[in-house]
Design a protein around this ligand. Structure first.
Ligand SMILES: [Zn+2]
Length: 494
């Protein structure tokens, strides 16, 4: 029998003390699509909607697509912005009723002024329209928070397994399979959650997290297990339910799911000291780079990752490279709309006095005052994102000064692919050091071109040291602030 589905996407990853707020223009600058009219270059959060539409239409089912809105991770979302985007989705759903199912592409860590959990707020609104029996299924980024009310009001959800998030299309297929199974009365998903009482950052590109991801995969399809996920959580959110959780979805077997979720949580707890990424100090990274004969060496400027709320204009690494006299480097990139406008006006070939970066706040470091030469100017530059997705750098210039080439752009964007350099006219393989502003999404594409990739510790808004973060509202006890979070049950969100 033909079915009618409603799909939508609303998301950002909110760093609750980052300097730049998130408003409607921030969504417009990243990805804001109405009525399913996606451009050729689709944002990764829009890809699931396209997959679900294709799957539905292949079965002769009808899809009504609502808003698809995603903003580059930043500070707290403006209250009116969240409410306007939420209401646009709810209004469209109301007009599309009756529907047989709702499918959502969400991030899971969107926080607004007045809303600790925007996904919970959206799902409660959807539930109030569709009633208790219409299934709601979601795809979530693994940096999600998972509030209790959110989990209790959705039918099933699948979280990315990989960080970098190279598997978003595969997980979308699994969300589809769950919705299809529910609508065809083949499965009755039951969600089990275990709170790991941990707040942390876990890369899945090395052991032992690689093995943990494989273990989750191996469990899927055994017995009544439909899906296994790990919600890593997003540590830079001062909300009560920040933290890491294991998720097991069974076919009508909550007891087995609860036991497995707890078992997996215990296994992760045992790995806690080994799964923290290998960060190194900036001076050590430069020492190591100077010993490498053939480049490029990759420095990840993790603390200014625009994909985690950093402004993308910090200068600590560039200053250190200049101070140490390291030449033939490329910094990709620096977010600085004012500098771009000045260089556009000066034109290709011009040499001018320029103040670059270091503008968003104290965490951006001192600006770089330089005599810059404008090498290239681009209108609305597009670069490669994760998988087949695209990213928008906006108007962009490539400048050189003191042996360093800089990609300077108007749209905040994480560097996840060397096309950030090539599209700006930089031969990245000929460079000694490449500086990329990213926590981990850069890793797969840069490890493919360099044997020397360093996660460099600098001051910054995306500080990797969890015990230094101002998480006054986080449920406690929680590791690593508390060595043994299992000693008491006090004040836990779950
Ligand atoms: Zn993420």
């Amino acid at each position: 029998m033909s079915k009618h589905l409603f799909t939508a996407c609303l998301g950002t990853e909110t760093h609750t003390w980052a300097p730049l707020p998130t408003d409607i223009p921030a969504f417009e600058a990243t990805y804001l699509v109405r009525d399913g009219e996606h451009p050729e270059a689709v944002n990764m959060f829009g890809v699931p909607l396209q997959i679900w539409k294709r799957r539905a239409e292949a079965k002769g089912w009808r899809v009504s697509e609502g808003l698809c809105a995603f903003a580059t991770p930043s500070g707290l979302t403006n209250k009116a912005t969240h409410e306007a985007l939420r209401d646009e989705i709810l209004d469209k759903l109301g007009a599309a009723m009756p529907v047989d199912g709702v499918m959502l592409s969400l991030h899971g860590a969107m926080v607004a002024h007045g809303y600790d959990d925007c996904e919970e707020d959206l799902v409660l609104g959807i539930r109030s329209i569709v009633g208790p029996n219409v299934p709601i299924t979601c795809e979530l980024d693994l940096h999600c928070h998972l509030s209790r009310a959110f989990v209790e009001n959705v039918t099933a959800f699948v979280i990315y397994k990989e960080y970098p998030h190279i598997d978003f299309a595969d997980r979308a297929e699994e969300v589809w399979a769950l919705m299809e199974g529910v609508l065809e009365n083949r499965i009755n998903p039951q969600i089990s959650i275990h709170d790991c009482r941990m707040i942390g950052l876990y890369h899945t590109t090395r052991e032992p997290m690689q093995g943990f991801v494989q273990r989750m995969r191996d469990l899927e399809g055994t017995g009544t297990v439909l899906s296994v996920s790990l919600g890593h959580g997003f540590p830079w959110a001062n909300i009560p339910h920040v933290g890491t959780r294991t998720v097991v979805i069974t076919d009508d077997n909550r007891k087995a799911g609860d036991e497995l979720a707890k078992q997996l949580g215990n296994e992760l707890w045992e790995l806690r000291d080994e799964i923290t990424p290998p960060f190194i100090e900036l001076d050590d990274a430069i020492d190591r780079a100077l010993k490498v004969d053939s480049g490029p060496v990759v420095f990840a400027d993790i603390a200014d990752n625009p994909g985690g709320g950093g402004a993308g204009d910090s200068t600590f690494i560039a200053h250190a490279l200049l101070a140490r006299g390291v030449e033939n480097c490329a910094v990709g990139g620096i977010w600085d709309p004012a500098a771009v406008a000045i260089c556009q006006s000066a034109g290709i070939g011009a040499t001018l006095d320029l103040r670059l970066g270091g503008k968003a706040g104290p965490w951006s470091g001192p600006p770089l005052d330089m005599k810059a030469t404008v090498r290239a100017v681009y209108d609305n530059l597009m670069i490669q994102g994760l998988g087949n997705s695209k990213r928008r750098l906006g108007d962009t210039v490539m400048i050189t000064a003191n042996g360093i080439e800089y990609v300077v752009h108007t749209n905040r964007s994480q560097n996840v692919h060397p096309s950030t350099f090539t599209e700006a006219g930089i031969d990245f393989m000929a460079k000694k050091v490449l500086v990329v502003k990213s926590m981990q999404h850069f890793y797969s594409n840069y490890a493919a071109i360099s044997d020397h990739v360093y996660y460099v510790s600098t001051p910054g808004v995306v500080d990797h040291e969890i015990t230094r973060l101002p998480l006054e509202r986080a449920a406690r006890p929680a590791w690593p602030m508390d060595d043994d979070p299992w000693s008491t049950d006090a004040n836990r969100a779950w």
